[in-house]
Design a protein around this ligand. Structure first.
Ligand code: NAP
Length: 243
């Protein structure tokens, strides 16, 4: 009997769960549980890490999982790498539900860097007002550039004060709006925006706002993942499961 395990933590994963529930396909959603007040889901949920590749293999086996869908964030490289390894080991078919990376358009002023360390290095120079829209996990790395004033936009208030001498925190959760983002950047006199190339629509408004205001964007490229089958819509995932 079909039992789908969805690795989630994204808007796309939540949309897929709704589609699976509507199609009455038995499925479980797994997420890490870092975000407080997670959205209610229409299918059963499990929370927390599996315990590496070995733990995921055990879970797939114990729960008789027939299909594994990796709908994690494009920057969740460890989980995605573990999913490929566990699928290879067990033979459980794996499909990734991904979103295309953002591409610069006319009027955009992007500086692309390969990873977080390169983003930190690229911020060397005189003090600026930087919008750091990268989540909370990598904030400590930016302490290496303490001269800047950082505007942090986070889903939850951080438990510990970020180790950045000058910063302002805004607590908000997407999807965001271009007019509000433009106003936010103007209010905080932002000189530069730092962004992960997440793709999708939920947080693209900051790039549109930066374009409107002629602000440079430091764009962090996605981590490189092992090869895997990937699609871009929930319908394609359903076709893969039922086809
Ligand atoms: P990561 O570095 O790839 O994963 C670290 C560890 O967290 C994994 O090895 C796994 O632990 C556990 N984990 C991650 N996703 C999981 C899931 N869906 N279910 C169960 N365990 C999971 O991932 P991350 O960057 O910390 O992201 C964690 C979660 O937040 C992901 O689900 C991701 O979709 C979501 N998210 C991430 C970002 C981002 O920018 N990274 C943004 C938005 C949402 P074990 O090894 O113990 O199994």
């Amino acid at each position: 009997m079909t039992h789908v395990l969805v690795l989630g933590g994204t808007t796309e994963a939540s949309a897929l769960c709704r589609a699976l529930a509507e199609a009455k396909i038995p499925a479980t959603l797994s997420y890490m549980g870092r975000v407080e007040r997670p959205k209610p889901q229409p299918i059963p949920v499990r929370i927390g890490g599996f315990g590496g590749v070995t733990g995921l293999i055990q879970y797939l086996h114990d729960r008789h999982i027939t299909h594994l869908v990796d709908a994690t964030h494009p920057f969740a490289a460890q989980m995605s790498t573990n999913a490929v390894a566990a699928a290879t080991e067990t033979g459980v078919p794996l499909l990734a539900l991904t979103r295309p990376a953002w591409q610069p358009g006319p009027g955009d002023c992007w500086q692309r860097v390969p990873d977080m360390a390169a983003a930190v290095a690229a911020l060397a120079g005189p003090a600026q007002n930087i919008m750091l829209a990268i989540g909370r996990m990598h904030l400590p790395e930016f302490a290496a550039q303490p001269q800047h004033h950082y505007l942090l936009r986070l889903v939850d208030a951080p438990a510990d004060t970020p180790p950045l001498p000058h910063h302002t925190t805004v607590i908000d959760r997407g999807p965001f709006d271009v007019n509000a983002d433009r106003a936010l950047m103007q209010t905080h006199k932002i000189d530069r925006v730092v962004s992960k190339n997440a793709g999708g629509t939920g947080s693209i408004s900051k790039l549109q706002a930066a374009r409107d205001l002629n602000l440079p964007v430091l764009m962090i490229d996605r981590p490189v993942l092992p090869p895997r089958l990937a699609v871009q819509t929930a319908d394609q995932v359903l076709d893969w499961i039922t086809g």
